[in-house]
Design a protein around this ligand. Structure first.
Ligand SMILES: [Zn+2]
Length: 226
């Protein structure tokens, strides 16, 4: 009888604890993952890009074994917000494979609510600790926004996002498109860092780092921006 009472007690206690303990809403198969610090994550990207530039790629995590290993859960160590440009594929230029990078791409690597939601998802539920906003030289989206004029169709959606950087770049020394690209990356980094309530909080706690970077189409080099 005592045993039954003890078991009942334990059951009730476990139930109460489960009720009052805040549990993160993690979708099945998506745990916090292996924790890679933001600095480690950046180091892994830098090493991968170095291999790519030197033509010493190892093409990691692209075989059937990796596919099986990540079939039920993913733990990408970095989030990349990059341009949709066909020459700027993150897995290629960082020499990474399946399950390594959570990639969000659009023309001009701009931020909107859907992009922020995607980044929040990866940071909150997949354990990613680094966000890289990856701009690149001779960006068509930036060039189009910088040249102004009438924007047909849905183009105003990203023109509007890049426009503040175009205004800031006017009067600056140097090449307009290059300056707008850099300012636009900085602007998007700022918007991600300041995004309430999820991302800003994680940045302040040091659990998430947001950095800008520039990809060189000629050399393949990715330079992280200060
Ligand atoms: Zn581009």
């Amino acid at each position: 009888m005592k045993r039954v009472a003890a078991l009942t007690c334990a059951f009730v206690l476990a139930y109460i604890l489960a009720e009052v303990t805040p549990v993160q809403a993690t979708p099945p198969g998506h745990g916090a993952g292996k924790l890679v610090s933001p600095e480690q994550a950046q180091g892994m990207l830098e090493q991968g890009n170095d291999r790519y530039v030197r033509g010493r790629q190892i093409h990691p995590n692209r075989d059937a074994r990796r596919r099986k290993a990540i079939a039920q859960a993913q733990h990408p160590f970095a989030i990349i917000l990059g341009c949709a440009d066909s020459r700027v594929a993150p897995e290629v230029l960082f020499d990474r494979g399946q399950g390594d990078l959570f990639v969000v791409r659009n023309a001009g690597n701009v931020v909107d609510d859907v992009v922020l939601a995607s980044i929040e998802y990866a940071a909150e539920h997949l354990g990613s600790t680094l966000v890289v906003v990856l701009g690149h030289e001779r960006c068509g989206a930036v060039t189009a926004a910088a040249s102004g004029g009438e924007a047909p169709g849905h183009l105003p959606a990203f023109f509007g996002a890049i426009q503040p950087s175009v205004e800031k770049a006017r009067g600056m020394e140097g090449e307009l498109v290059e300056n707008v690209m850099r300012l636009n990356v900085q602007e998007m980094v700022g918007q991600i860092r300041d995004s309430e309530p999820v991302l800003r909080h994680r940045v302040q706690e040091g659990r998430l780092k947001v950095v800008g970077a520039r990809y060189d189409l000629d050399t393949g080099e990715v330079r992280f921006l200060p």
